[in-house]
Design a binder for this molecule. Sequence first.
Ligand code: ATP
Length: 350
Amino acid sequence: MKCYRIASIPGDGIGIEVIAEGIRVLEALAALEGFSLQFKGFDWSSARFKATGAYIPAGGLAELKTFDAIFFGAVGAPDVPDHVSLWGLRLPICQGFDQFANVRPSRVLPGIASPLARGKDIDWVIVRENSEGEYSGAGGRVHSGHPEEVAMEVSTFTRAGVERVHRFAFALARSRPRKHLTLVTKSNAQRHGMVLWDEIFYEVAKDFPEVTTNRVLVDAVTTVMVLKPASLDAIVASNLHADILSDLAAALSGSLGIAPTANLNPSRRFPSMFEPIHGSAFDITGKGIANPIATFWTASLMLEHLGEAKAAARLMKAIERTTGEQVFTPDLGGVHDTRAVTNAVIRALK
Ligand code: ATP
């Protein structure tokens, strides 16, 4: 029997609640499909940071590297600055394991109402550059507290980094029925990094003649997402742009609580990491009402990556049956709690 070793990092807030439910669903599914999943939980979280001064203990990444995949919840706590928690846990894994392609599918699942009249037209996958750009971490701060204080956040675009994400996005677009890829850019105002971003896109395009393309400025693409959702298919955007656009995509497809993401290292030299796109959501932590659908969809992406395509499809079908029956948590207008949604998905698997 095939056995996959999965590192689970629930992290903070509702991350802890939804990852526990994700593991329940995955274990039920593995038993039905005849493979096994061996989970090891890691307590890397803001609680651990406050107790020990570190999110990731010494030697932690070396151990994490030995797993087949990482199942991640969320990081962030009200009493830890966001940049400390993000750079303490999530970004060292994404950057350390070179998970340069962040894949974010969006569509309106059965039974869910989009705030858009044309919501049913949403069927997008956003590819976010995940290793450099605006979140490269390059920059610095000097003369702290003085009137002359300076802070620089340097957007970094390298030929190698840009080319690999465009190549990945073109290959993904080619695998989809419409074979269309939209380049999101801001090269009118950002005349160095973003111009390189655009140039390399058109160089790579020559190797993918079956893929049609268009180029849209990041501000304009927000209006296209709202007014002409059917005109978009695959979308490639920089780290910051895609971060913002994918929250919009999640809201337009019904709720932040349903949107999944995969942080991929396509070379498979390091494990890839799978997480719901939402954060730790302190406002609903501990209430038992977090929507676990994003985590289940994320689990389906993880199974696909592990080569268990049949199980991944079975899980998606169970999710869709559950949303189709409107077994919803309050964020989708329902009255069910997290556990009830999980139980419905497990029943629908069978
Ligand atoms: P972070 O700072 O860690 O990114 P956050 O709490 O600022 O997280 P999100 O968690 O991304 O932001 O989401 C914003 C709001 O959306 C939450 O406060 C919550 O009300 C709602 N939300 C997000 N995820 C879910 C979910 N899975 N189920 C229900 N509501 C959710």
